[in-house]
Design a protein around this ligand. Sequence first.
Ligand code: KG4
Length: 335
Amino acid sequence: MRVLGIETSCDETGIAIYDKNNGLLVNKLYSQIKLHKNYGGVVPELASSNHIKKIIPLLKETLSIEGIKSTDIHGIAYTAGPGLIGSLIIGATIGSALAYTWKIPAIPINHLEAHLLTPMLENNKLIFPLVALLVSGGNTQLVLVNGIGKYRIIGKSLDDSVGETYDKIAKLLGLTYPGGSVLSSMAKKGIPGKYNFPLPMINKNYGLNFSFSGLKTYVKNVITYSTNDEQTKANIARSFEDSIIKILLIKSSRALNKTKSNNLVIAGGVSANENIRYSMIKMMKKRGGKIFYAKRELCTDNGAMIAYTGMIKLISGFNSSLNILVWPKWSLEDV
Ligand code: KG4
């Protein structure tokens, strides 16, 4: 059994094929980073028009690979949300039209659920109940997962997401978009403890919610009034990243205590961050718990996670309809 996955929720066009017995067969990705770089962030209209340009050639490329036949595909999974409406519509329309033509089910997939399940793509069996820390460009959430499809959001950012905060600070430091990984590389050259940045909402009274806009403004002011040399910038990047890590550790640990679980998933683009992974691994080792994460290239948006989640839905008896579905604000709790 094979499922074709289509990802177009933001600025990446991803097409992949997952085979039930042999795992991931193809994983093609076209990133629009170059297109949005000049604007310092994603321009929604440019993102959707570029998906239109790239999706058919990428599909053709995938289906022309030796050993891949359209008749061997049993379902088409597409990202239905959350994401940018114009971008979601492209993948949903192409996926549904193709599924209709091939007389196979079209499966709408929640992008966050796909991120969350990505560690399973490499044969890691998740242990439930678990806490998932979703850290991406669009979302920062703590989710109690009692099984596949059983999600309860127990904490979320009240303002910026972690990825967004990384990207904004990176921009202020003169780094290119998207700044997360470049900022993190810069932080490696920084001297720890040069700045004492705030850790918003870590007090127990705030529970499991996050806030990053205050930290962002604080760091922005420090950048504005600091010298522009490389070492100063690296020191700022280091203290910023250390603050983010402290916040994520405190909140994840609190979520595990509260839910009496000792299993943690970290997923989403920011989970590719080496320092964040290392700190989380260390914390879970100390707690005697288990941590699950995907390999780095599967942390950011891709078609593989959509194809894989589609396969899970298909196996568990998904009922297809002719509706083309997109929900830009689709919550994990409504999956
Ligand atoms: O999951 P993703 O590809 O897109 C969404 O679904 O939102 O996440 C993209 C985000 C960007 O903000 C990017 O800067 C951040 O993930 N990111 C990182 C790293 N790699 C990607 N942030 C920090 N460190 C990294 N190594």
